[in-house]
Design a protein around this ligand. Sequence first.
Ligand SMILES: NC(=O)c1ccc[n+]([C@@H]2O[C@H](COP(=O)([O-])OP(=O)(O)OC[C@H]3O[C@@H](n4cnc5c(N)ncnc54)[C@H](O)[C@@H]3O)[C@@H](O)[C@H]2O)c1
Length: 320
Amino acid sequence: MREKIYITRKLPAGIVKKLEGNFYIDMWDQEEKAIPRDVLLDKVKDSQGLLCMLTETIDQEVLESAPNLKVISNMAVGYNNIDVEEATKRGIAVTNTPGVLTETTADLTFALLMATARRLVEASDYLREGQWKTWSPMQLTGMDIHGATLGIIGFGRIGQAVAKRAAGFGMNILYYNRSRKPEAERQTGAQFSELDDVLRESDFISILLPYSSEVHHLISAKELSLMKKTAILVNTARGGIVNEDALYDALKNENIWAAGLDVFEKEPVNPNNPLLKLPNVVTLPHIGSASIATRMKMAELAAENLHNALVGSGDVKRVN
Ligand SMILES: NC(=O)c1ccc[n+]([C@@H]2O[C@H](COP(=O)([O-])OP(=O)(O)OC[C@H]3O[C@@H](n4cnc5c(N)ncnc54)[C@H](O)[C@@H]3O)[C@@H](O)[C@H]2O)c1
């Protein structure tokens, strides 16, 4: 009997068709509605492979419901939605999609940095709401990007790709990372600093660390208090790295100047989240890797990981 793969979101037909050559495929295909938890728990019961998104929490309960599972293929580079330790104990391979989304996520990070610095959303709303009646020299003024110092926290693939863009914009670059990256330092002129120094000296802070319990609320009240009052925080990594209550206070009390957020502690974001009400925050619904070409590449790589891990040959991007 063919092995069964369950896919938690509708994927492009061509990608599903390729998998159908070797496996029995079942898929959640309601695009407007996320897969309900009870459906997921039921569907994994007889599956050998699971292709999921970061919106699905693959915890102990899911793993217990899936005694036949051999591979979990996450269609994302981050995999904090999966209990990797528990999966490893059960001999389940966990895979992700690194690399193919690096440049697209760096583009979005830079776009968010610029939109926040130059108040693009506020300015667009101002015009649409019919408020543009005169001209005043200090109206809708923002922060310069050229010549400013960018501090990158998490200097991996995406962090380094952001640094390349920043170098082109004439920014000075500081970075904090677990280990030093001499080759990227040479290419971008970025300088390694301790975390507190990066926070103190930067005009822009870009967070690009993977989420883990180790970095939960890494940026909290104390860290925000080290930042310049004119500083802008951009988070395109994971919401849990920043303490949202502390961030709200820092923005409300003008201890920092603005924030650009693509990610939140709880997603999808509750529309009543107070951060959405602040004028000095630009918010996005986790669209870092959302270009047509990149989402296709991510889906292809996620399918390839699953296929290769199940047939036992070819390249597999394993995280455990
Ligand atoms: N907004 C989005 O849509 C989106 C898209 C892609 C990736 N992401 C997030 O961006 C993250 C980074 O992606 P990447 O491909 O650059 O990953 P990466 O593994 O290439 O880079 C992460 C860097 O962080 C460093 N690091 C890890 N833990 C650390 C710690 N505790 N202290 C200091 N340094 C630490 C690593 O040494 C590495 O250099 C992903 O894990 C994901 O959560 C978000």
